[in-house]
Design a protein around this ligand. Sequence first.
Ligand SMILES: CC(C)=CC(=O)SCCNC(=O)CCNC(=O)[C@H](O)C(C)(C)COP(=O)(O)OP(=O)(O)OC[C@H]1O[C@@H](n2cnc3c(N)ncnc32)[C@H](O)[C@@H]1OP(=O)(O)O
Length: 296
Amino acid sequence: MACFRTSARICRQFLFNNSSSTKFSAVFSSPRWMSSGNYEYIIVEKKGEKNNVGFIQLNRPKALNALCKGLMSELDQAVQKFEKDDDVGCIVLTGSDRAFAAGADIKEMQTKEFSDVWRGNFLSEWDALSRCSKPVIAAVNGFALGGGCEVAMMCDIIYAGDKAQFGQPEITLGTIPGAGGTQRLCKAVGKSKAMEMVLTANRISAEEAEKAGLVSKVVPAAELVNEAIKTAEKISSFSKIATGMCKEAVNAGYEMSLKEGLHFEKRLFHASFASNDRREGMTAFSEKRPPKFTDS
Ligand SMILES: CC(C)=CC(=O)SCCNC(=O)CCNC(=O)[C@H](O)C(C)(C)COP(=O)(O)OP(=O)(O)OC[C@H]1O[C@@H](n2cnc3c(N)ncnc32)[C@H](O)[C@@H]1OP(=O)(O)O
């Protein structure tokens, strides 16, 4: 029975992800697909007209995408896979209409002892998104609570559907945020709002999150994923060296003093002059034609 369920899931995933018979034979003749694409908790595809957007959908609907160990491990694998994929210039991470993610899996954490979480350095394995050198867009519909809000904040850009809700309700469980929910939130919405959210478990709407600075754009829920993919396609059309440098400069500058950040940015700008893409970009402008970036 278990074997039947697994086969059925694989078939469903295959039918969802692939449409042509050419892909059929290529996929089933490849043993790598079985080991690298056979996800239980996420759906992984490449999207966009040029297939250059890495798309990851959290897919544990019955538990509102609660972030269990298996899901986080699959997310890590998928991010690493896209990181190594030369065609992918940007990643979109989304959930369902009801929940981006309702936080770390409470039932999985429930029986853990201090020694388990301390010695196992619990949550350290959640760093995949923060380590990714390619830009990641979170497309948030529904609940983004606790670890769900934290995962969204690990992304570089957050787009929200108009019904999205953000919050850090860990206080109601007798604990506190542990994957950046205090510090990242503080930097995004300011100390007073962050303090209010973590101390009261009050949620903020997409609109409030946009006003406070947590979210860069709010769109109607039904349009959210397409909007995020459109932006990801645009980012993917640029030089990956330049987009990587932009991401590094913004992230490093965010942590540094103004003086250090300005210096770091200028040095990266200088370094961009070593790339073919910088020469191509400026030449194309002068010749009034679109650039052809080679990521070199
Ligand atoms: C990362 C760190 C350091 C910490 C954390 O993230 S702690 C978790 C923080 N998140 C929360 O506290 C949110 C918990 N969830 C809720 O409060 C509610 O589920 C809700 C407000 C998001 C939605 O309520 P609703 O009444 O619409 O739906 P439920 O019946 O409550 O949920 C449906 C289904 O999902 C299971 N669920 C939801 N969230 C989690 C979770 N975080 N961990 C494990 N399971 C979760 C819920 O139990 C229910 O499943 P069952 O019917 O099988 O019990």
